[in-house]
Design a protein around this ligand. Sequence first.
Ligand code: GLU
Length: 511
Amino acid sequence: MQKSTGKVRVRFAPSPTGGLHLGGVRTVLYNYLFAKKHDGEFILRIEDTDQTRFVEGAEQYIYDCLKWCGLEPDESPMQGGAFGPYRQSERKLMYHDYALQLIHAGHAYYAFDTHEDLEKMRADFKTTENPSPQYDSNLRTKMKNSLTLSAEEVERNIKEGVPYVVRIKVPANETITFTDLIHHEVSFDSNVVDDKVLLKADGMPTYHLAVVVDDYLMKITHAFRGEEWLSSSPVHILLWKYLFGLDQMPQWAHLPLILGPSGKLSKRDGAKFGFPVYAMNWTDPKTKDFTEGFKEKGFLPGAFINLLALLGWNDGTGQELFSMDELITQFSIERVHKSGAKFDYEKAKWFNHEWIKKSTVEELFPDIKKIFEAKEVVIEEETHFKNIMELVKDRCTLMTDFYEQAIYFFKAPEVLDTEAVKPKWNEAKTDFFETYCAQLHELNVWNVASIEDSFKTLATEKNIKPGELQLPMRIMLVGGKFGPAVFEIAHKIGKSATISRIKTALVQLNK
Ligand code: GLU
């Protein structure tokens, strides 16, 4: 079925109705990898024919997400291209001819049923075996359409402006079959496929007509989309057959669902378990409903892409860390799994941690800088700042961890976890730290070795195990039980800050 010649052209065709779910980004990624691997083109097409679902700002948001992920299209509404316009609402008139062509060939018909007529049909034909009757090859004969009304009535209705839709005439008793790159041979019984609306009363096409017409006009060779669209595919196959011929049809791949703790991973799962589900933060302009994004949570785009690539695919060697270039070379759609892929947030964080570790501070610096600046920390000496980031880098799982892991290098901790040391606190320890402060004050050479040596010598003199004094020292300098080697920290924050933090802590500990 695949067109044998010509460039590979794939598309991501979102409806601009809200935030971009990680499943959507994975669809983009698989399309993108396939296109780049085959030296092809990746197109972003905005499917906005359902005006009732239009959401202000959603299109720009999708574009920003793709940009952040490094998955920029070759053609899109924003940058244009030879097959535009790329927004379906701007292509409205193009679809009409195809709808007419289908009507003339007997594959579609006008339907004048009102909302009440449809309700009545659903109520009248409801049985226990068929709880939700559909407008299909069986029931269409009982409705108000150009198959049941006379030609004169149809003409009069249209002339008088009676609202109508155009529906596909799905044939009865046929098997609709196509080959999917992941699911292989897929078949549907046409009797369970309803006569979907192709053209709405407002003259806009529905997604079903528009997607087929646009995939044809935009010369799409491969269409990869989420598995939730598999049930719509028989309608699309029929439209391809009636309008353009099956030999023109793109190759389909329906990608496995991404699963959460209970079924398909949802926004609600994210809110409930405290992990992001969207690529970037999204606030619905009407409801003000907020959903957290991977970007703002502190994920690196490379890590996000890496973890998404493995949600439903692997290269068979057990390799887990992939750069975009490696993914482009190693990806193959045939290796995408059929069954759903389980999203595991702990594993997602593991990917990010690995990506932080393998990135240089130089590469991470622009993002880290933004995080500190957002907290109103002014970076005075860039080299010093970068040295500190180097020191804490491997301890950060999320980019946002850099702040907590490093802020105490720049300002004294506001809260000290004194509870961690209080139970074993005694006068001997107070005495130790008071003497140590005095010694530090006199120290001529301020380096890690000199700070550590005087600490250990004094501990031996006072007959206290250094191990019992290191945790208190850490709490005094950092505020909590974390951070790199404590003498390293003292060295970096400097003599006067070290002394003053110890003194402040002693006051609290001896209260
Ligand atoms: N507009 C559909 C969506 O919102 C596109 C599905 C397809 O790729 O055919 O996901």
